[in-house]
Ligand binder design. Structure first.
Ligand code: SDX
Length: 427
């Protein structure tokens, strides 16, 4: 019998098994707590709650470690590719050369979208936020792919997963093209996943688009760094939607909607807008003071994290990539100087030190994306594009879990006690 935890309520004690994972905090299995005690746990925001068992990603927030199927993110960013990391997240092991070729070929043959979807785009105003378009279009995919919505069929689940991973770049590029009034470009099977996306985004029918290998490499690295991240808000949304048996396209659309929030994936757009608003380093103290002011809702976007209480390892890779990309493109963006000065000042300020607030994945990504040529409104779209593989990997893991059941949290009710209806003329 392993270690157990005792809960005493009303003089009655009940024991609950303590389970250990491969690495990381133990969990107290409280699935019988309500049946035994009539009481719920209370944990808004789930700061102390494990919602599931997973083998996909592990984060050590104190050490600033991020592992995908055991492989450190800095090694994957340095040596792997987004297609290879996608295979790893979905299948649990790094692919052989032929497995990677087959996977990449399969994904590339799903990159086209139904031609009717181009009509769907025309229903939006040209100035619609690309994330609004993504929410609508991805949710609409279930109207086109009835042959891969049977979640009980592992083959259909994998086809739907491949379709989602493959079509997100096409849908994202179309959202951008629509917003600038340029024609959509069809995907090309002779280009890499990321090169294909860059051509569909920045190419025009009037001339050949030549993929710049430096930009392709930086973009692919950004996709790797955003691929998955344990049970974050949007992944938890996908799992909760999937627990009802909803089709995978609807689940991913729900994840996109959640990611859009500025406290989550929307922070990359908000962080660059904040850096541009700050403008020059001499204005940084004013914003640091606002971030520390309890009466001011302003927060330093791109700083802080629910799990990382040390540097976000992705931010470290992106910080270096930002310098590399701007140097290679011959761009000197004052925003990068402001970002570095803001980081230096914040990390020497007791408020940020005490609260363990470090730059996160969203702090530097916008500088690189802006240098590549994306408008800030596309930043979270790119986050969603990359995170789709994490969402579908986590969704597949949940659906395949024999113990999974519909997610249905309870509550602490503090509303009115039962009372009788009062006719309007007696109120
Ligand atoms: C992502 O979960 C994931 O894994 C997410 C993500 C992923 O890959 O999926 O990593 C992607 O979402 C990264 C985070 C992007 N968001 C931002 O950069 C927005 C700014 N950051 C904050 O809103 C905040 O830090 C959160 C939302 C990221 C985390 O919030 P928590 O864990 O709920 O922490 P908290 O809000 O309770 O903050 C703790 C304290 C508070 O002060 P006190 O109430 O204790 O006095 O730190 C303060 C906060 O006021 N604080 C900040 C701050 N972040 C937290 N103060 C100023 N600026 C900030 N950015």
């Amino acid at each position: 019998m392993g270690e157990s935890a005792k809960v005493e309520i009303g003089g009655k004690g009940t024991d609950y098994a303590v389970r250990s994972g491969t690495v990381g905090p133990d969990v107290i299995d409280i699935r019988k707590l309500y049946a035994n005690t009539g009481a719920f746990t209370f944990d808004p925001g789930f700061t102390s709650t494990a919602s599931c068992e997973s083998e996909i990603t592990y984060i050590d927030g104190d050490q600033g470690i991020l592992l995908h199927r055991g492989y450190p993110i800095d090694q994957l960013a340095e040596h792997s590719s987004f297609m290879e990391v996608s295979y790893l997240l979905l299948n649990g092991e790094l692919p052989s050369k032929s497995e990677l070729e087959t996977f990449t070929h399969t994904i590339s043959r799903h990159t086209m979208v139904h031609e009717q979807l181009t009509t769907f785009y025309r229903g939006f105003r040209r100035d619609a936020h690309p994330m609004a378009i993504m929410c609508g279009v991805v949710g609409a995919l279930s109207a086109f792919y009835h042959d891969s919505t049977d979640i009980a069929d592992p083959h259909q689940r994998m086809v739907a997963s491949h379709r989602l991973i493959a079509k997100m770049p096409t849908i994202a590029a179309m959202a951008y093209k629509y917003s600038i009034g340029q024609p959509f470009l069809y995907p090309r099977n002779d280009l890499s996943y990321t090169g294909n996306f860059l051509r569909m985004t920045f190419g025009v029918p009037a001339e050949e688009y030549v993929v710049d290998p430096v930009i392709e490499d930086a973009m692919d690295k950004i996709f790797i760094l955003h691929a998955d991240h344990e049970q974050n808000a949007s992944t938890s949304t996908v799992r909760l939607a999937g627990s009802s048996g909803a089709n995978p396209f609807a689940c991913i659309a729900a994840g996109i909607a959640c990611l859009w929030g500025p406290a989550h994936g929307g922070a990359n757009e908000a962080a660059l807008n904040m850096l541009r608003e700050i403008g020059t380093p001499d204005r940084i103290p004013e914003y640091i003071a606002r971030a520390k002011n309890k009466d001011d809702p302003f927060r330093l976007m791109g700083f802080g994290h629910r799990v990382y209480k040390n540097f976000d390892p992705r931010a470290k890779v992106l910080s270096k990539a930002a310098s590399d990309v701007l140097d290679r493109l011959g761009i000197s963006d004052p925003v990068l100087d402001t970002a570095r000065e803001l980081e230096r000042i914040a990390l020497s300020d007791p408020y940020f030190i005490d609260k363990k607030l470090y730059p996160n994945v969203d702090f530097y990504s916008g500088v690189i994306l802006s240098a590549i040529g994306f408008p800030t409104t596309m930043f979270t779209v790119l986050f969603a594009l990359a995170r789709t593989v994490g969402w579908v990997a986590q969704w597949n893991e949940m659906i395949s879990d024999p113990e999974q059941k519909i997610g249905r949290p309870r509550q602490l009710y503090t509303g009115a006690a039962q009372r009788d209806y009062v006719a309007v003329d007696k109120r």
